[in-house]
Design a protein around this ligand. Structure first.
Ligand code: NAD
Ligand code: ZN
Length: 236
């Protein structure tokens, strides 16, 4: 890959970029997310059926953030953000905060954030308290027990889609890191970027479901491959 000529980059990241930090991926070897079926914890129906289970699940994920730290892949993307003179948008599907803790700023969380809560009474987003299970009050309207995790569940509309689509339409390099390519619409971004003429690169432990859509693929650990790719780009 030649860095020369690239102006505008979109990087899509998924659970695989946080795996080496000790955050389990979604479709681990057992196909479960931390021991749960996705339908039981990551859908609006699950929340309606068993809010206590869903709140406890996300409370545990939020608490686990304190025990993990960014890895060299997050650090490399933060370095890219600091040093890349052209346009850059890092689009993460992750709900952890490891990109921002590494120092990345030009980024969006398309599937929400563990550190954020959404009030079902008034619609206000706010920093999440440590736990939502105990029904804390909304900081804006004061309603008790109406805060839900500010996470995009299956069947809900991802955030920032206008900004993401606009960036995909003008990017000349699209890079997908640590994502299985199974969750739409993110899995379709590669085809969108290609349609607009971007060079497309996949960096993943193993070939993703959409690996054949990419011009180039590098398979291995994100903690090793992402710093190498960023060096290439910044030196190119
Ligand atoms: P996924 O779990 O479906 O796929 C992860 C991919 O990363 C797999 O293809 C796997 O082979 C690859 N991978 C694993 N270890 C890797 C490594 N060390 N280096 C490079 N690649 C590695 O994840 P997804 O595609 O992001 O979709 C899952 C959904 O679940 C997302 O929407 C996300 O919101 C949610 N989720 C988030 C987190 C998080 O915030 N860290 C964790 C689990 C799930
Ligand atoms: Zn409220």
């Amino acid at each position: 890959m030649r860095a020369a000529g690239f102006q505008s980059i979109v990087v899509l990241t998924g659970a695989g970029i946080s795996a080496e930090s000790g955050v389990p991926t979604f479709r681990g070897p057992d196909g479960l997310w931390e021991g749960h079926r996705v339908e039981d914890v990551a859908t609006p129906q699950a929340f309606r059926r068993d809010p206590a289970l869903v709140q406890a699940f996300y409370d545990a994920r939020r608490a686990a953030l304190a025990r993990v730290a960014p890895n060299p892949a997050h650090a490399a993307l933060a370095r890219l953000d600091a040093q890349w003179q052209g346009d850059l948008l890092i689009v993460t599907q992750n709900v952890d905060d490891l990109h921002e803790r590494a120092g990345a700023a030009r980024m969006v969380h398309m599937h929400g954030e563990l550190k954020s809560a959404l009030c079902l009474a008034c619609g206000e987003r706010q920093p999440a308290p440590e736990t939502l299970s105990d029904g804390p009050a909304c900081a804006r309207c004061g309603a008790h027990g109406r805060l839900r995790p500010d996470i995009v569940w299956f069947g809900e509309m991802p955030y920032h889609m206008d900004r993401i689509e606009a960036a995909l339409a003008v990017c000349d390099l699209f890079v997908s890191i640590g994502t299985s390519g199974a969750v739409y619409p993110a899995a379709g971004f590669v085809q969108g970027a290609r349609h607009y003429g971007a060079h497309t690169l996949e960096i993943n432990l193993d070939p993703s479901e959409g690996t054949h859509f990419f011009d180039e693929a590098r398979h291995g650990r994100a903690g090793e491959l992402v710093p190498l790719w960023v060096d290439e780009l910044l030196q190119g």
